[in-house]
Design a protein around this ligand. Sequence first.
Ligand code: C5P
Length: 419
Amino acid sequence: MADTPASPLAGCTILLIVGGGIAAYKALDLVRRLRERGAAVRPVMTEGAKQFVTPLSLASLAGAPVHDALFSLTDESTMGHIELSRAAELVVVAPATANLLAKLANGLADDLASTLLLATDKRTLVVPAMNLRMWLHPATRRNVERLRADGVLFCGPVEGAMACGEFGPGRMSEPLAVVAAIEAALAADTRLALPNLAPGRGALAGRRVVVTSGPTHEPIDPVRFIANRSSGKQGHAIASAAAAAGAEVVLVSGPVALPDPAGVRVERVETALEMLAAVKAALPADVFVAAAAVADWHVTAAAAHKLKKGGEPASLALAANPDILATVAGRERDRPPVVVGFAAETERLMDHAREKLGRKGCDLLVLNDVGPASGTFGGETNEVTILARDGGATAWPRLSKAEVAKRLVRLFAERLDET
Ligand code: C5P
């Protein structure tokens, strides 16, 4: 009985985790709506959920057994929890209680639901439902911020009258709104997974992204320059991932030994001043990513001819370069809605990064350890922590630079959708 035959849900499997809140009754209707659109639903209940709706109701509507125990001999002999967490296109938590959000934000796995959330390799969409004071509590705010930075998708909550008699944000989104969010998540995921998209499709379709990448070279004379160890690999990977997600991308690159990413307009520059001019010319944009390692100074009067050695060692007069990131973040008329900086640090990482986030005025800051032992400069992998202006900080494990780029692009798309 597919009333929307074109739904991306057709043929998909959704792992539905039902949390313990009064809104659990809405999960029953959600299951019905998902199955109407051709999706298979694998239901999981927390102990709390079983206080509000019965496993029998959920299993009957889902047409599949309810899983609820971490150490179930029958379940583990037929389908182990790792397999259960992966044999689905999307994991949906509805209703997501404050407790479930807190566990997921902190990586706790003390029951089947939280273990599945940790074990999955698929995207997770949470549909929060709780009393408004719990939703507004600083602890929940922190958890939500962290989950967003982890790439967890949110649907709601909405404002309205609550079962407890209060009125405000915290009410679970209605099942049809959840279905729409699930469809959008499935569609976005498929598009991000495709390497070479036709222009105009994808999570960043219709968006313009400007990325700086690589080092800058500041000439001393016609043959010598001041430079740094940046390879441009992370910045180029971001440009590539943004293009794969459908964005129109301008990559402003310092001197690097990398091929141009497919589907990206590349502006080659050498100095910080040239980079600033190219960035300004590329604006306006929806997202600005300052991944370049821009030299802080330039030589005030670079020599027109090669300096000769001999005599006293030469001393160089230096002048500060403009801060490209701060300049873009501070633009009044056409500040991009999402401005992203990088902080390459070798010590007191978090202190320096927090200070930089505030001073530069960006929305997100990608912190990476570039100490000699990290292997980040020139390497294929990166271990980053994402700091948000609104307080959250999330450490990602060591990933390939391509995977970091893909995750960042997802974050940008979500931020843009929110603004
Ligand atoms: O101050 P620091 O160089 O560590 O800041 C790093 C961040 O600022 C990076 O995002 C880098 O691209 C950006 N930046 C810039 N222009 C400069 C210096 C840094 O855009 N002159």
